[in-house]
Every structure is written in C-alpha cells, then in structure tokens.
Design a protein around this ligand. Sequence first.
Ligand code: GLA
Length: 777
Amino acid sequence: MIESTGKQFYLQTADSSYWFRVTKFGHLEHVYYGPALPVQDMEPLALKRTAQWGSTVAYDQDDLNYSLDIVPLEWSGTGYGDYRFAPAELVMPDGSYSQDFTYVRHVVTPGYHPMKTLPSAYGTNGECDTLTITLRDNATRVELDLIYTVFEQVNVIARRVVLRNASSGEVVINRLLSGMVDLPGRGLNLITFDGGWIKETHKHVRPLEYGFNVNSSTTGASSNRHNPGFLLAEQTATESCGLVYGFNLVYSGNHLGIAELHNNDLARVAVGINDHCFNWRLDPGESFETPQMVMTVSDQGFNGASHNFHDFINQNIVRGGWKNKERPVLFNNWEAHFFDFDQSKLEELASSAKKLGAELFVLDDGWFGKRDADNAGLGDYSVNLKKLPKGLAGFGKYLNKIGLDFGLWFEPEMVNEDSDLFRKHPEWASLVPGRRHAQGRNQYVLDLTNPAVQDYLIKSVSQIIDENHIQYVKWDMNRHISDAFSPLLENQGEFFHRYMIGLYRVLKQIFITRPHVLLESCSSGGNRFDLGMLCFSPQVWSSDDTDPVERLAIQGGLSYLYPPSTMGAHVSAAPHQQTLRLTPMSTRFNVAAFGVLGYELDLKYVGRLEQKEIKDQIEFYKRHRRTLQFGRFSRIDNPKPNKVCWQTAARDGHEVISGFFQTQATAAEGYDTLKVLDLNPKARYELSTRPQPLYLARFGGLIKHVLPVELAPDGVIMRTAGKLYKMDDAVEHYQGTGALFAQGVMLANQFIGSHYNAETRLLGDFGSSLYVTELKK
Ligand code: GLA
C-alpha cells in the first residue's frame, strides 16, 4: 500500500514501513525503514537539523543548517555539498558534473510497470502498487523518475530509475545506479556472500566501519566472487531475532553495491550497474532505464529477511509454467562421463536411473560438433553422430520410452576457435581488433550485443528444443568476459550492459514462449546466481562443488537470499571430485534434499546396497517434495561451531523437515539438541529420524567389536559382507507440542568412544540425519 499525504510518502507492507518526504528545497528526505508502523506524522522519526555541522557546505544561504551532506536522502546529486557516494555521475548538457534533482510530481498506479529492455519483478494489481516520483535538474531540464514498486505481502520494495534527457544537449552517463538510501548506520554488520569457483556464496560478516564498503563484480556476470545480494544487520542479530536489511539487484551483469558509513553515522546504501568500463550517451529525447534493486527489512533476524526474499522470488520473480510447480528429480551424466560417452553408456545410466526413481535425464556437455574435450565445438549445433548415431531424437525416444523426460546442456554464449561457427563468423566473437586475445576454458565470448548473434542463438537452440521434445535445458556460461568489444558499437562503454540486454532478449524469445521447458541456468556452477537469471530460469546450478560439507556453506550462504526451489543440488560419488573428501551417501542426500534434488554419478560403480539407499532417498524426497522445495526454509542457530541445522516447514503446517549436520567430529561430544520452529505451539506432533544405513566399510578394524569372530577388516569375507549387509543408524521418535519442540529435543548420545549400540548416533566426521516432525491427527 502506498499513501501520500501532501509531500510525505508512506510505503507500507504487511510487516514493514518505508517513509520519506520532500524537503522545503525539493529533495527527497529518507525518514524511516523498519518494522511496520501505522501511518502518522513522520516528524518524530526524522533526523534533526537544529545546528550547523562543521565543514559542511550549505545548500542555501537562507538555512545554514541544511547541508545535503547530512540529510538522509532517497537520491543525491553532485556539486551541491553532498560528498558521500553519488549514485550517478553524469556529464550534463551544460558540460558540468553538477546535478540537483528536485521534486516535480508523483503518481501512484496499481500493479507494476514492465521494463523495456530488462526483466523485472512482477505482480498482479492486488499484489503490488507503484509510486513514480519525477525529479528534475532545473538548470538543464534533465529528468529522473524514481520508481518504487511495493510488494505488500512479501515485504519487498523494488526500486529503479529512468533518466530522461528532456534538454537540447547530450547527457553522458558515467554511472547511474538503481537506487540509494541513507539509514541509521551505527552498530551494523555488513554481510556479503563471496567466493570463487567451487566455493561460491560463503558468508562473510564484518562490522560496518567508516568509509566505503564495496560489493562488486566486473567479470561481465553477477559472478561467483561476490553475489549481488547483501545484508546489513544489527550486530546482535541472530537467525531468529534482530533487525536485518536485505538488498539485491535484478541483474546478471557487472553489479555494484556500496555501503558507506559517514561521520554523521548514516550509512548510505546504493545498488546498481557497476560503472566499471560503463559509459552511455543520451541524445535529447532519449532515456535510460536501470535494472531494479530490491530491499527488504525484518526484525525477526536473518530468517525474517530470508523468508521475505524467498516468498518474493517464488511469487514475483519466477514466472511461467514452473512457478510454484514441483521440480523433477534428475540424473545428469556430467560427473559420470565427462566427454567420454556414447549412446549405449547413456542408455545404461538412464535405465538404472529410472529404476531408482529418476524423472528426468540430462545429457550434459559433449553431444555436438567435435566436442570430445573442452577445446572444440562450442558454437556448433550439429549432433555428434559418432556418440549418438541415432541423433538426439533417437536418444530422446529411448528416454521417453522408458519413462524419462529429456534434458539437454547448451553453452550458447560461447565459441571455440575450433568450431564451424568461428570459421564462418570470426567477427561474432568479442575480440578487440589489433590486440592479443584472451581465452578462458579455450573459448571466446560471443558478441551478444549483435542482433545477428542473438538471432542465431534463438534459432539454433529453439530448433533443437522443438525437434527433440526437450523438456529441460541447462544453460551454461563458462568464462568471465575479457576482450569486451563489439564492432557494431560506436561507444564501447555500452558493451557490458548491451550484452545483458541481448542475453535477456535471447532468453525471453526461447523460454518465455516455451513455458513448459524447465530452464536451469549455470555458469561454472554458481557464477551467475542472481534475480535476473531467475526471471527466466526457475532454478540455478548452485555450484560445481557437490561435496555436501562444502555445500553446507554454499547452499547455506545462498539461503540468505534465495529459496530452496531455486538451488540445483546433486548427490555425487565420493571421494568428491572437488575436494577429495570422503562423505557418507546419507549426508550427500541430506544436504541436497534442501534444494532441487539430482544425482550426478556413474551408477555402474554404485553397489547394490547404495543403489537401494538412493532409491529410498528419492522416494522420501518425492513424498516430502512440496515441503522441501517450497516450504518455509530457516537456518537454526546452534551454539556449536561444528553443527549446522536447517529446517523447512510445510506451508499448510502438517510437517517440518529438519537437517542436523556435523561438519567435524569432536571427542566425547556433549549433548545435541534439535530445535524445531514454525510449529503451532499448542498442537501435538511426532518427531522421527529418517532411517538411513551405515556401511561396514566405514568402521574398518573397529568392526571386530561387534563380531563374534575375528575377521580381517579388508579381507575377502568382510568385503563381501560389506556388499551384502549394512547396519542401521539410530532412529528416534518423540511426541510433544509445538512449544516443546521449539525448546529443542535432546537427541540420543553420539558415539563417545565407548561401545556401539543401536540407540547411539554414529555421526563421525560429516555425519548427519534428517528428522520429520508431523502433526498428529
Ligand atoms: C560447467 C558446468 C558443469 C558442466 C560442465 C560441462 O563446468 O558447471 O556442470 O556442465 O560445464 O562442460
């Protein structure tokens, strides 16, 4: 709901309020962002200006206390005394860098305003309202629209700006962010989600100190280095209480997030397109639209902010046929085969996968052109008939016959030098003439600013989808952009942004017109996990790292910003390709279950008992799929550093699934508790452990303690027994009210160096269990 009384604006969501007003000089003064308050006079919450700050420049001689450097603002210019980070750097038609945007008019409309060049959050007229405030730089008549869309139920406000050149001279944009706000900044932590390949979105917390704190990407994508989403939180905030602000950007290219703590104790937050190599010229009459930034706030701790973002993404970002629709359990052949496969290997894997419960088979890299390694074939769309003599259609028919849908990998934005496409169109690769060229993974980036390249991709990918009855596409993008250049652009400062506009056009043409196709975006794993891609791709491959211990950090980090329904999560073989760590099959599943489940391993080398375990896992996942993918996901505070606890609660309240993970065993572990939240305090529930096997091999020589006779631990008898027999991990059952479970159940002892029995939990390093807490009828 948006209320405006005179020149005061009240943006109200179910649980938050965002208030600002127009000052006597026409600037937009930010007043409040926090837990919901009834609409009333905002003066008590406004920053006072009863004295003149030293070393400040007065905006007007009539009021020396009014310096733009100390006013909390919704938008700030340059050249009038605000020396904090400026969201825009413009060369104005008068040749100066000065800009002073002041209020002209505003309008409130139901619903949202779709964008011309970029994807945005969307919603029905009842779900959201939009406030457009027009500001003008009176000296030049250049105008700026500040557009706020308020998503009431999910407590999110999306913001963007449109710069309109209503003057008669050129405007040069060196930087134009999507929005900014000045918040009370003392005692806050800045939380960012950073990393690199196979270690994406690790959470980093640091106190917000004076000066600039920057969260940025210049790789051409939103990047695995710094996810565009970040949080500011009270230093005392926990997962379930305390004030937390969240920010993100609906954009997949270079991004910039700034949190600047000023000596007046205000923190300026600004988010938008990175100004790295960015330059855009606006002729008279032209305009420029920025991507949308999104904000949320909660006084219910980190989980409160995450719940808002999760609901917003499921309702107002993800669209098409897969919105709120349960996602299939897939088998992907990448870690099983890499490039070394043929039709019979694929059929063998697919038929075993089907027997274990798979619903979709994904043929990954290597099916086209001369693609036997990563140095050839990208750009070509002809099927490799040596590997697939019956073509894609033949393999697809086989899959459909055994009851599996067909999914296919593409990397459309790239080209290898050794490809028919590059031989025919070398000018389509983004390369700077006269300079040496840099390759990444032996490939160049295609010039997606070029409409001919866009059209080639739209036609090639669409044709393969349609001709082969493809139900799922994995869209990969495996290198950072270098050599940013297009022969078609007069101003190369437009390259990075025009690349994104081109990419979004391609994705829209292929996928918005085929809503039945499930798109999973990938970029060497999570190198492009952002709200822009999620507008087309309901799920994203979170990381090439399938080691569950690493995934606790990766999926855990992602979970602050994105819901489980968006995170591709696979069970793979151990020792893991990425870390050499040996983890139990149970933990690999228990972590992947908090995402969109898949498997990525060669079943030929998986024994009978483990195959049965996989079958049971998939059955469990399907039974609880709605809860696991679309339930309310929370991280549970646990004071022990070697524990991670997650849970997801069914929307209808009938169950909560909890995960208890031990990253590293410690000797003689004390007690372990499991708190189950989001239950009705008065209703009665039963909590049960999900049964899971323990394999004899895990215990090596220790097995002698439970055997009546002495056997060599790695002898033939034990190895044979290990293939045929397993032990069962401890299973616990408890009953009680929701209020009781919220206090934390005391779980059974862990193995503490004394003897083994069936009631003792045997976690060791990397052990874990899932628990189901069900409402009693
Ligand atoms: C990237 C992806 C992997 C796989 C390979 C194929 O690394 O992240 O999942 O698809 O490419 O080359």
